[in-house]
Design a protein around this ligand. Structure first.
Ligand code: COA
Ligand code: NAP
Length: 273
């Protein structure tokens, strides 16, 4: 059997695709010959990513700067992408914000900010993208997080927001599958050299603790997550929809365990508690 990852002629949209895991996903689809568009808040990051996508081999690469918290800006940005690249075959929703903070110490606005980016950003994107998706055939992927199903101290905002993201995945699988649109969530493990990982395990000691907890014995790589997206976007996953799939080397089988506790200890020692 030959497994092909040729995405020539396919349109791939990666929202939040200008750094870390999501940029790795965008570059992977570019190397597979797709037409790729990215979006994030920073025009500079968008421009830099578009150059990299072109160099990686994208059939066409483009980008638009918008904030996923602004529903009108999301709709306008997606419209521009649609005019340039046609119906969306693959949509990746990956924009997110995170910082460790105990509920008692964070402001209501801090909590709301993460909900607005992760959860409402997903809502804005799904609503604006729906009429632009290829049907039948589109594959939608939300980049979620273990906080969606595991409680972590110092992460109430992210837990609430990402749980919502995964329930949107499950619900839209019911609503959109009859039209030939699949939707799944991918949950990255602890991915080396990424902003999200740095924010939760900022010291060498913390990193070593995480590594010890991963049954496979290694941190994840951006490419591990990108490979799962290639599979979910391909015909090989034609009967897969409404699923939340972890790519984590077995880490989450241990629950949130020591990492979830460590974030709480780190925050309490900072605030003198
Ligand atoms: N602890 C507690 N509260 C924090 C905080 C922290 N570390 N960082 C920000 N906040 C609070 C702010 O104080 C503010 O609340 P306030 O108005 O009551 O003071 C609120 O969160 C919004 O902060 P602001 O800096 O205005 O938000 P922003 O829209 O400019 O940035 C963030 C959004 C805070 C999520 C920022 O970290 C970001 O842009 N993140 C993107 C990258 C990222 O998080 N990557 C990891 C992905 S998993
Ligand atoms: P990252 O490098 O910080 O990437 C976040 C991306 O989202 C950037 O392109 C950022 O660009 C964009 N973004 C942030 N806020 C935005 C907004 N309001 N509107 C539009 N774009 C916005 O983070 P990462 O660590 O690679 O994480 C990527 C995804 O993986 C996230 O969904 C995260 O929850 C998930 N995840 C990561 C890990 C990990 O180990 N890193 C583990 C589990 C889950 P701008 O700054 O230009 O806006």
């Amino acid at each position: 059997m030959t497994i092909t990852t040729d995405f020539t002629g396919k349109t791939v949209i990666v929202v939040g695709g200008t750094s870390g895991i999501n940029r790795g996903i965008a570059e992977t689809f570019a190397r597979s010959g797709a037409r790729v568009a990215v979006a994030s808040r920073s025009q500079e990051k968008v421009d830099d990513t578009v150059t990299a996508l072109t160099e990686a081999g994208a059939e066409t690469a483009m980008g638009v700067a918008f904030d996923v918290r602004d529903a009108d800006a999301v709709a306008k940005g997606l419209q521009q992408m649609h005019e340039a690249l046609g119906d969306f075959d693959i949509l990746i929703s990956g924009a997110a914000g995170n910082f460790p903070a105990l509920m008692a110490e964070m402001s209501v606005n801090a909590f709301r900010t993460v909900v607005e980016i992760d959860l409402m950003g997903t809502v804005h994107l799904m609503k604006a993208a729906y009429p632009l998706l290829k049907r039948p055939g589109a594959s939608v992927i939300s980049i979620s997080a273990p906080q969606a199903f595991l409680p972590y101290e110092g992460q109430a905002h992210v837990c609430a927001a990402k749980a919502g993201v995964d329930m949107i995945t499950r619900t839209l699988a019911l609503e959109w599958s009859p039209e030939g649109i699949r939707i799944n969530s991918v949950v990255p493990g602890y991915i080396a050299d990424t902003e999200g990982a740095r924010r939760l395990a900022p010291t060498e000691q913390a990193l070593e603790m995480v590594r010890r907890n991963i049954p496979q014995g290694r941190l994840g790589a951006v490419q591990d997550v990108a490979n799962s997206c290639l599979w979910l976007a391909s015909d090989l996953a034609d009967h897969v929809t409404g699923q939340v799939i972890s790519v984590d080397g077995g880490l989450y089988q241990r629950g949130s365990g020591q990492l979830g506790q460590m974030i709480g200890q780190m925050l309490r020692s900072k605030s003198g508690g």
